[in-house]
Design a protein around this ligand. Structure first.
Ligand SMILES: CC(C)=CCC[C@@H](C)[C@H]1CC[C@H]2C3=C(CC[C@]12C)[C@@]1(C)CC[C@H](O)C[C@@H]1CC3
Length: 382
């Protein structure tokens, strides 16, 4: 792997600037019924800023020509990069995948959304979330997993998120589902949390901490805000030990995953494990859940392998992820942009997501990448 920066400077937070940007770009689209309805209500000029800010890190960059300086420029602006990625991608995610922004394992006979929920229940049970506990969800997206885990455990969950639009969307859904008493969503950078030391009984992160410029930074903050004796569980995106950074094909796959998924610096499993230990966690369990030899691979929906469908209703969810549907829909997005009905950059974002999806599938098939490296760590009592 390219050597990760030893010390990462934190980006200066400006919540007022971000709230104002959100207001201009997204207006009141957070209250729209679905991803497509929300997508068509953006402010074009603001969206162009988000497109420029995000893609300046990736346009004209190739795996062959990648330099340490490129990666450092990305990690230096980790928070802006991730915030704008989600300004652009959130509605497309909701349209194409739903409100739980993560992968999962699949079991025979299990419909898509049931498998997604089971993956969340599994993590909740691994870290022992119980009724009345105060729990932190790090990088909560639009709150899909927090809503499910709140219902499953009766715990109180705080979702932390760096993207104001996702917070509005999460709050909107919590109110809709009558869960406002159990859920709250807070704006902030997970590398510099505003919570006091020792304030949560348990913490979880589902495929979110990969956006950190350095895992030790975010895990260190999680350790600080967790009560002594409390447990942290994470599904981490990591490159496996088979990844060879001297191999251009491997680098190309890694870069496709990074550009398509708003990632500044993806690292290998060894670095994830070292980060957990270095910040002080007692590692209770770690395992690559993608390695369980399940009858259906985790990536089948984004590979468009419809033969793995377990319910006819899943067809309507998964068909839009096939290459043909993506081509048609992304082409249509281009037409809508040209006639001014969709904001500029919609097609470019959707195409980057599709490139990312192809990278994820290639990475998985070559056993170079996992989106579900489970690590469970305990903060010692003293
Ligand atoms: C970015 C991180 C850390 C996690 C998100 C995981 C997944 C929810 C996304 C990863 C790739 C995404 C794609 C889509 C939806 C959300 C993901 C599966 C689409 C299927 C949305 C519809 C577009 O037309 C194609 C996208 C491909 C990638």
């Amino acid at each position: 792997m390219p050597s990760a920066p030893q010390v990462v400077a934190l980006e200066k937070e400006d919540h007022q600037r971000d709230a104002e940007f959100k207001k201009v770009m997204h207006g009141d689209s957070a209250k729209a019924a679905g991803g497509v309805a929300a997508l068509l209500k953006k402010n074009t000029e603001a969206q162009q800023i988000a497109v420029d800010e995000y893609f300046k890190h990736f346009d004209n960059k190739t795996a062959e020509g990648e330099t340490q300086a490129d990666r450092e420029a990305r990690t230096k602006e980790y928070a802006t990069l991730t915030r704008h990625y989600y300004n652009l991608a959130t509605d497309i995610y909701e349209y194409g995948w739903g409100q739980c922004f993560h992968f999962c394992r699949f079991s025979p006979g299990e419909p898509f959304y049931q498998a997604i929920a089971r993956h969340e229940h599994y993590l909740a049970s691994q870290i022992g979330i119980k009724k009345g506990m105060k729990v932190l969800d790090v990088g909560c997206g639009v709150g899909g997993p927090a809503r499910e885990i709140a219902k499953f455990t009766d715990a109180h969950i705080t979702g932390l998120n760096n993207n104001d639009y996702q917070i509005d969307r999460a709050t909107h859904y919590a109110v809709r589902d009558g869960l406002s008493g159990q859920l709250k969503f807070v704006k902030g950078d997970f590398m510099q949390m505003s919570f006091p030391d020792n304030s949560f009984d348990a913490v979880y992160a589902i495929e979110a901490t990969v956006h950190a410029p350095k895992l030790e930074g975010v895990y260190g903050e999680i350790y600080r805000v967790l009560k002594p004796g409390g447990v942290f569980g994470v599904y981490e995106w990591l490159m496996t030990d088979n990844y060879d950074n001297d191999n251009v094909e491997h680098r190309d796959i890694r870069l496709a995953i990074e550009v398509g998924n708003g990632i500044s610096n993806m690292v290998p499993i060894s670095e994830g494990l070292a980060a957990m230990k270095n910040v002080g966690f007692e590692l209770l369990h770690h395992e690559d859940l993608a390695d369980r030899n399940d009858p259906m691979p985790w990536y089948w929906p984004i590979a468009g392998e419809l033969g793995y469908m377990q319910s006819y209703l899943d067809f309507f969810t998964v068909v839009r992820m096939t290459h043909t549907a993506r081509r048609i829909l992304h082409g249509f997005a281009g037409v809508l942009e040209t006639v001014g009905l969709a904001p500029k950059g919609t097609k470019k974002t959707a195409d980057a997501l599709a490139r990312g999806a192809d990278g994820l599938v290639a990475g998985a098939k070559k056993n170079l990448f996992t989106p579900m490296y489970l690590m469970v760590g305990k903060k010692p009592l003293n």
